[in-house]
Design a protein around this ligand. Structure first.
Ligand SMILES: *[C@@H]1O[C@H](CO)[C@@H](O)[C@H](O)[C@H]1NC(C)=O
Ligand SMILES: *[C@@H]1O[C@H](CO)[C@@H](O)[C@H](O)[C@H]1NC(C)=O
Ligand SMILES: *[C@@H]1O[C@H](CO)[C@@H](O)[C@H](O)[C@H]1NC(C)=O
Ligand SMILES: *[C@@H]1O[C@H](CO)[C@@H](O)[C@H](O)[C@H]1NC(C)=O
Ligand SMILES: *[C@@H]1O[C@H](CO)[C@@H](O)[C@H](O)[C@H]1NC(C)=O
Ligand SMILES: *[C@@H]1O[C@H](CO)[C@@H](O)[C@H](O)[C@H]1NC(C)=O
Ligand SMILES: *[C@@H]1O[C@H](CO)[C@@H](O)[C@H](O)[C@H]1NC(C)=O
Length: 461
């Protein structure tokens, strides 16, 4: 089990906000320590890892969520430095955990806890039929991979020492995210690649992280591209027309005259004030007017993440469940659960308006497997926009990618969407799926995830 702990510590550090020892040099402690610590009646396994100067305190096999016999789980905190306690929940792969890759899941938001994606989409359990306790999810992504769910805040930075085990060095590492993760995952992945380069150059002592795959569903990457697509999508999508032609033309005109210049200023100056002004501009000029029409045209309630009628959306039953003190004790949580937090800071910094195409371009060009996949019933980060984003990525395969047509993607002979790929870069449109794709298309999503992590390509079956 030692390898797993070191492995988890290293991987967690890779996604933590704090760079503990970015130079990887001397450490005050000399030996890793393991002990049991009791706090408020909860017994934590503590693992102090010298090489990463981190401390993991966790509960093993709480019996919550993953109940498949023989599949281990660990939940608790990674502590780096004095005051950073990052929550993680780790589930071993149901098949072949010793060989399976490690995949981290970071949710979107900004400020959404990863338990959102865990319980509503890809975790070992989910809530069905309004039940107040979860049941096993047969299409969980840990069917295939060791899955590490990490809570916000998430930024960049990692550190590793020279005592990581060979298992860790050789393990493929991937990251899955959704929605606003389109902002931070390209950034975070590029940072890991830079650190790897520093290790290769000898400027940084440590091991390379075998960063192999990055999958982003319904991602928000670039407001200039995606706000324009929002207008097109509401006018002409495969489900129902929301705005009429004259309104479409009017919005497009305002996009040109008001929104685009504000976004250009945000991108050239980069200041928080200009980017927040751009955010305000498209909210007022495009989003609120579209929302007003959408509301009017949706007689039985509405959800921007699924424009179909009737729509469906993931239940939020997990929130009450995770706010129960007995569940919190079982998994070793020391704070009450907050499902969505921290949006305000992001919005005032104008982050929503910034473009992450440059970072995305760098990681695609670096040859990392990148999958951009989108449920086609979602308006929020709709597939017109993510396809335009995919076309805007600057890399050697850009022209070939742009001219390729989308081909059918099937699951056991049933068409589930369309896709195209060049080298390690893949775009997919998924039918009958809203914003949180695996909730709507669990079986297809697991097949896509498995294929993507195994080979970097997706293949119709
Ligand atoms: C779940 O509960 C909601 C509200 O109480 C109800 O509208 C819905 O029909 C229920 N769904 C199922 C599957 O029972
Ligand atoms: C790790 O680095 C420390 C300090 O740089 C060194 O003393 C130690 O021998 C190294 N251990 C291994 C296993 O290389
Ligand atoms: C709507 O979209 C379809 C498919 O992309 C396209 O063929 C058609 O020309 C579009 N219609 C309008 C009015 O833009
Ligand atoms: C188009 O939609 C707008 C906004 O809903 C509405 O005010 C206008 O009357 C519509 N125009 C036509 C020609 O239907
Ligand atoms: C918006 O600007 C683009 C590019 O400059 C142009 O092709 C398009 O016709 C303009 N659309 C409107 C509605 O002004
Ligand atoms: C967590 O917060 C919720 C909402 O405020 C509250 O209902 C619940 O009792 C709290 N749980 C614990 C264990 O304090
Ligand atoms: C695609 O990914 C594989 C496996 O990670 C790698 O070996 C290969 O070099 C990549 N291809 C390109 C064109 O970068």
């Amino acid at each position: 089990m030692q390898w797993l702990l070191k492995f988890a510590a290293g991987a967690l550090l890779a996604v933590s906000t704090v760079v503990a020892t970015s130079d990887g040099t001397a450490s005050p402690r000399t030996a890793n320590r393991r002990y049991i610590e009791e706090r408020n009646g909860v017994h934590y396994n503590v693992f102090e890892h010298v090489a990463t100067r981190s401390k993991l305190s966790f509960v093993k096999n709480s019996g919550i969520c993953e109940t498949t016999p023989g599949v281990n789980q660990y939940s608790g905190y990674l502590t780096v430095g004095e005051n950073m306690n990052m929550w993680f929940w780790f589930f071993e792969a149901r098949e072949n955990p010793q060989k399976a890759p490690l995949v981290a899941y970071l949710d979107g938001g900004p400020g959404a806890a990863s338990e959102y994606g865990l319980f509503t989409q890809i975790g070992p359990c989910h809530f069905v039929n309004n039940e107040t306790t979860p049941s096993l999810n047969p299409y969980a992504f840990n069917n295939y991979a060791n899955m590490l769910y990490i809570d916000q805040p998430i930024g960049v930075g990692f550190s590793y020492g020279n005592e990581t085990t060979t298992e860790y060095e050789n393990r493929d590492f991937g990251v899955v995210t959704e929605s606003y993760g389109g902002h931070y995952l390209p950034e975070f992945t590029r940072y890991i690649l830079e650190q790897n380069d520093a290790v290769i150059r000898g400027d940084l002592q440590g091991e390379e992280i075998r960063m192999v795959g990055v999958a982003i569903h319904n991602g928000w990457f670039d407001a200039a591209i995606q706000e324009k697509s929002n207008i097109e999508y509401m006018y002409n999508n495969s489900y129902r027309q929301i705005i009429n032609e004259s309104f479409h033309d009017e919005l497009l005109d305002k996009y040109n005259t008001t929104v685009k210049p504000a976004l250009d200023l945000c991108h050239t100056s980069g200041t928080n004030a200009n980017c927040f002004a751009a955010y305000t501009s498209y909210s007022n000029t495009i989003e609120f007017p579209i929302l007003a029409v959408f509301r009017e045209k949706s007689s039985n309630g509405y959800y921007l993440g699924d424009i179909r009628e009737p729509y469906s959306r993931p239940p939020s039953t997990h929130v009450e469940y995770l706010q129960r003190s007995d569940i919190q004790r079982a998994i070793g949580a020391k704070a009450n659960y907050t499902d969505q937090a921290g949006e305000i800071g992001f919005y005032y910094s104008g982050d929503d308006a910034r473009s992450f195409i440059p970072q995305l371009s760098d990681i695609v060009q670096a040859g990392i497997k990148v999958l951009i996949w989108t449920g086609d019933a979602d308006y929020v980060s709709n597939w017109y926009g993510t396809l335009d984003v995919a076309h805007a990525v600057e890399w050697s395969g850009k022209d070939e990618f742009a001219t390729k047509t989308l081909e059918p993607y099937t699951l056991n002979g049933v068409e589930k969407g369309t896709f195209k790929s060049v080298d390690n870069f893949t775009f997919m449109r998924i039918y009958e799926a809203g914003h949180n794709v695996p909730f709507y298309q669990p079986e297809a999503s697991l097949q896509i995830f498995r294929q993507f992590m195994e080979t970097g390509n997706v293949n119709p079956t």
